[in-house]
Design a protein around this ligand. Structure first.
Ligand SMILES: [Zn+2]
Length: 417
């Protein structure tokens, strides 16, 4: 081994050794600096549910990765210091269900606005595009975005259109889907299947999901399915799949955790309660057409919460595309603990898909994606998707993004912090 490459090699070894050493230091007072850091996020309350960590700590970054988490890491060990006193420091947030084909589809939002500008370093686009549109999405959005974007491929070749077009079997081409998946394994992490979930459509929905199941098993990817409480549809789902939109207003077009419009149960239905035991993830939104406050309050008062918090085209009261910070604030209002809320946008969505690199974690060695947040106090009114008039609730605090680090680089937020 030549001298220079050997030194580089040892440098990497050093980083690993430091990471191991530091991992064991969490919770202890002593700090033995091993080397210098590129960036130190100092003095914030670090919440990383994957490490069961929720305490004031310093996060040290080197070579684009988390190098160490510890107490009182000397500031002069770092080339840059971000003072996070009185702030929350979390893994870069993950939005498991967004639609970010801006300009390519009418509902697409700007990925960096709801991404790194909001502390969200990883976005999963949930089925905006199907086989015929994905190459354009990749070229015109994903390749140029500063936020990490992954995708669930819509079973429909045309992606997100209207229900009527989607449900047309002529738009389901599993050979085309499989080809696009194989060509984009680095970005496509699952399938998205839109069903209506109503009993009248059950035969059609079961046929669609059966086709999706065969494709998903062939390519080895999970399925995200629109909400249904029909056992015939839920039975097609397997461990690792994701069921989305639990809090739909009960209308003739949609059901929720309590069933259909015709049969709203008093308690969360047993087939929904058993999803967790079956290893099926639930993905919830609170600021979209897929939410009614009466439904989410009734479910959460019974202790039922989705595993994952996502946006799916959330809008602020001013109708600006909202990031996952908005439903996070609403779930906090609904009684989730702060650590549970953070798990819903970090640890849990990280477990739900097989990402090519570690996301949603501050474990030493992980890519250094970090969000610095604060809870703003005040009075904030949020509506839901009820028609004709939204139901509204007043919140006493909301999450704000102070700074974002992606891949070790401070991409939002000044060092005066
Ligand atoms: Zn969606």
């Amino acid at each position: 081994m030549r001298r220079r490459s050997r030194r580089t090699f040892l440098g990497h070894l050093g980083a690993t050794a430091a990471a191991v050493q530091v991992g064991s230091l969490v919770g202890e007072a002593a700090w033995q600096p091993a080397t210098d850091f590129d960036l130190l996020i100092a003095g914030g309350r670090v919440i990383d549910p994957g490490q069961h960590l929720s305490a004031v700590r310093d996060v040290a970054i080197r070579y684009g990765r988390i190098a160490a988490i510890g107490e009182n890491i000397p500031r002069d060990q770092a080339r840059q210091v971000f003072d996070a006193a009185d702030k929350l420091v979390t893994p870069g947030l993950i939005d498991l269900h967004s639609h970010v084909y801006e300009h390519g589809t009418p509902l697409g939002v700007n990925s960096d606005l709801v991404g790194i500008q909001s502390g969200v370093t990883t976005i999963v686009d949930a089925g905006t595009t199907g086989a015929s549109m994905f190459p354009g999405f990749r070229r015109f959005v994903i390749d140029g975005a500063r936020t990490r974007i992954y995708a669930l491929l819509n079973l429909s070749t045309a992606g997100c259109c209207t229900d009527e077009i989607y449900l047309d079997p002529r738009l389901v081409n599993t050979r085309a889907a499989a080809r696009v998946i194989e060509a984009n394994r680095d970005l496509i992490l699952g399938l998205k299947v839109r069903v209506r979930g109503r009993r009248e459509d059950l035969d059609h929905d079961v046929a669609t999901m059966t086709t999706a199941r065969e494709l998903a098993d062939e390519v080895g990817l999970p399925i995200m399915m629109h909400w249904s409480t029909e056992p015939a549809l839920l039975d097609i789902m397997r461990a690792g799949d994701i069921l989305t939109h639990p809090f739909n207003p009960p209308t003739e077009r949609s059901s929720n955790v309590f069933g259909s419009q015709m049969e709203q149960a008093d308690a969360v239905l047993p087939q929904i309660l058993e999803l967790a035991d079956r290893g099926i993830f639930t993905d919830g939104q609170l600021a979209t057409t897929h939410h009614q406050w009466d439904v989410s309050e009734k479910a959460t008062s019974q202790g039922w919460y989705p595993d994952v918090i996502s946006t799916d085209l959330a809008r602020t009261p001013e109708q600006i595309p909202a990031s996952v910070l908005l439903p996070m604030s609403q779930f906090l209002h609904l009684g989730m603990s702060l650590d549970q809320v953070i798990a819903g946008v970090t640890t849990n969505p990280a477990r739900a898909l097989a990402y090519p690199e570690t996301v949603g974690s501050l474990e030493p060695g992980s890519p250094a994606d970090v969000a610095v947040l604060e809870l703003e106090q005040g009075r904030f009114t949020f509506g839901d998707g009820s028609r004709p008039e939204p139901q509204t609730r007043e919140l006493s605090q909301q999450f704000m993004n102070v700074a974002t680090v992606k891949g070790g680089v401070l991409v939002k937020g000044g060092l005066d912090g």
